[in-house]
Design a binder for this molecule. Sequence first.
Ligand code: MN
Length: 258
Amino acid sequence: MRILVTNDDGILSTGITTLARRLSSLGQVTVVAPDRERSAVGHALTLHSPLRADEIRPGFIAVDGTPTDCVHLGIHGLLDTRPDLVVSGINKGGNLGDDITYSGTVSAALEATLMGVPAFAVSLVGESFREEDFAGAADFAARLAAVVAKNKFPPDTFFNVNVPAGVQRGVRMTKQGKRIYEDIVTEKKDPRGRKYYWIGGGELGFHDTEGTDFHAVHAGYISITPLHLDLTNYRSFQTLSGWGLENIQTEKFEEGTE
Ligand code: MN
């Protein structure tokens, strides 16, 4: 099995080195990852500047781009053959609920799925991040990779995996939970008296709903959320049909068309 490993914490992070080492027991691992931390860049793709790739040590290629760039280059240029699996992580910090839309870690797995390569993202949830916690998460990732290799994902599907630090109680399949976003912008003044803003920083709340990723992780379970690429809200069609959206006219519509 050929495995492409990436992340958004950068190629020197403990999470990615621990993951790559553990996955190498399953096959040939190549790391293609950002040369520095690129957390919360989401699914950004670099289109207007060149990208450089440096093999900083055998099997470890640092790219001066985003996690999505790394997967894109890995699959379409840097690896001799197409990988059988892409694993993104181990992220230092959880990727739960709505937060995944910002996540570079999750977006890297999403990119692989777009390219037709099976993928999952792994994040470590906790307050302190000890080496043994990364090792535990890497071990679970390797066991999951073996299961993924034996099966076939439903179309356009990948996993978002969150591992609570410490001792876990088991594994739960979950749905994406909901964050409570409030008071997340701090306004301050710089030494020259000019205002600046800082996004995030504090602890954010979440809806502790049964069956969600948040609920599972906070109860001490490893959470596996199957995600897919189709963002269509199928349940909304019925409500929105009353809005008359398809009857909105513009001046440009051709005469006689509806
Ligand atoms: Mn990160």
